[in-house]
Design a protein around this ligand. Structure first.
Ligand code: R5P
Length: 332
C-alpha cells in the first residue's frame, strides 16, 4: 500500500541520538537537520533546517536523564515546530515514557504527571504516539490520539530462550509485575517465582515518596536454580538488588536480570556491576554512555522494531502482525 504522504522526515531531540541514527539507518532515510540550542538563560530554541510541509514527520525523543526536563521540552518544542511548519502528520516516537510511575492519585493532593505529559504532547501537535513498554498500560488511555505501545519483551525472551537452560526460573520482583513476569516465563518455558515487595516509608517522611524497597517473602522454590529477575525498568537498582539478596538467602545457584528500560539513575550502574548478578540484559530505549556499561551488561537494540513500525505507519500498513508476532499475547 502507498503512503498518503509523499515523503517521510525523521527528527531527533537529544534524548537518545545513537538510537535515532540507528532507526534512520534501518528505515533508509537521513536524520532530519535541526538546530537545538540551549541559551544561557536556559531557554531551549529549535529550528528545523529543512521543509516539513505536508510531510510525514517522526520525532524521536526518549525521555532520558540527565536533564529529563530539557528532554521533555525538546520533544514539545520539536512537535510545535513541526506543527507550525505545516507538517502533514507528526508522530511522536517515545522509546521511554518518563513519569510512568506517577499514573494515579494514590495519595491526597498529588498530580497524575503521566497524564499531564500526555496532554502536553497532544497540545504541542502530535497526531499519534509510538512508545515501548509503558510502566502501566493504562497510560495509553491518557491520550485521545492514536497510541501504539510496542513491547521489547520478545527480544529479551528470545535472548534467554536461546541459552537453552532447563533449570531457569523467572522471578518477578514484586506482586504488581507478577502477571507480566508469568507471561514472560511462559514464553520462555520456565517456571515463575514471585518476590513480595513492600516499599517502607523512611523515618520522618510523611509523603510516602521517600521509601526504600524491602522484600518480605518469596513465593516459589529457587534453591539450586538459575534465577532470572525480569522487570520493566531498573532505576536506582534498589528493587533488583533487594531481590538478589533474597534469592541468595533462598539458595539460588546463579542470578541474572533483565529489563526493557535501563534508567540506571545515580550510581545504579556501579552498584549493579559490583553485585553478584552474573549478567544483566537490557535494550537501548535509553542511552547508555560508556561509564554505564560493563562486560556483564548486554544491550539489545530496539531500532529494528521501531524502524519497521515507522515504515508501516508511513505506508499505511497494519502493525497488527507486529503485535501478534512480536507482542506475544503472553507478553501483554
Ligand atoms: C516498579 O514498580 C518497577 O517495576 C521497577 O521495579 C522499579 O521502577 C525499579 O526501580 P528501582 O530500580 O529504583 O528500585
Amino acid at each position: 500500500m502507498g503512503s498518503r504522504f509523499d515523503e517521510m522526515r525523521i527528527f531527533s531531540g537529544n534524548g537518545n541520538p545513537p538510537l535515532a541514527q540507528l532507526i534512520c539507518d534501518r528505515v533508509g532515510v537521513p536524520l532530519g537537520d535541526a538546530t537545538i540550542v540551549k541559551f544561557s538563560n536556559e531557554n531551549i530554541f529549535i529550528k528545523l533546517n529543512e521543509s516539513v510541509r505536508e510531510k510525514d514527520v517522526f520525532v524521536i525523543q526518549s525521555l532520558s536523564t540527565p536533564n529529563l526536563s530539557d528532554r521533555i521540552l525538546e520533544l514539545l518544542i520539536l512537535l510545535d515546530a513541526c506543527k507550525r511548519a505545516s507538517a502533514g502528520r507528526v508522530t511522536a516516537v517515545i522509546p521511554y515514557y518518563a513519569y510512568g510511575r506517577t499514573d494515579k492519585k494514590d495519595q491526597p493532593r498529588v498530580p497524575i504527571t503521566a497524564r499531564l505529559l500526555a496532554d502536553m504532547i497532544q497540545a504541542a501537535g502530535a497526531h499519534q504516539v509510538l512508545t515501548i513498554d509503558l510502566h502501566a498500560g493504562q497510560i495509553q488511555g491518557f491520550f485521545s490520539i492514536p497510541m501504539d505501545e510496542l513491547t521489547a519483551m520478545h527480544l529479551l525472551v528470545r535472548y534467554w530462550a536461546e541459552k537453552g537452560w532447563d533449570d531457569l526460573i523467572v522471578v518477578s520482583p514484586d506482586v504488581g509485575f507478577a502477571k507480566r513476569a508469568r507471561n514472560f516465563a511462559e514464553a520462555i518455558g520456565a517456571p515463575l517465582a514471585i518476590a513480595e515487595k513492600r516499599r517502607v516509608q523512611q523515618l520522618g517522611r510523611r509523603d510516602g515518596n521517600h521509601s526504600a524497597p524491602e522484600i518480605l517473602n518469596l513465593i516459589g522454590d529457587v534453591a539450586g536454580k538459575r534465577c532470572l529477575i525480569v522487570d520493566d525498568e531498573i532505576a536506582t537498582g534498589g528493587s533488583i538488588l533487594e531481590v538478589v539478596r533474597l534469592l541468595e538467602r533462598e539458595g539460588a545457584r546463579e542470578i541474572y536480570a533483565c529489563c526493557v528500560h535501563a534508567v540506571f539513575a545515580a550510581n545504579a550502574a556501579e552498584r549493579l556491576r559490583n553485585s553478584s548478578l552474573r549478567e544483566i540484559v537490557t535494550t537501548d530505549t535509553l542511552p547508555l554512555p560508556p561509564e554505564k556499561r560493563w562486560p556483564g551488561l548486554t544491550v539489545l537494540s530496539v531500532s529494528t522494531l521501531i524502524a519497521e513500525v515507522i515504515q508501516r505507519i508511513h505506508s499505511g500498513v497494519s502493525v497488527d502482525t507486529i503485535f501478534t508476532q512480536r507482542k506475544h499475547p503472553a507478553l501483554g
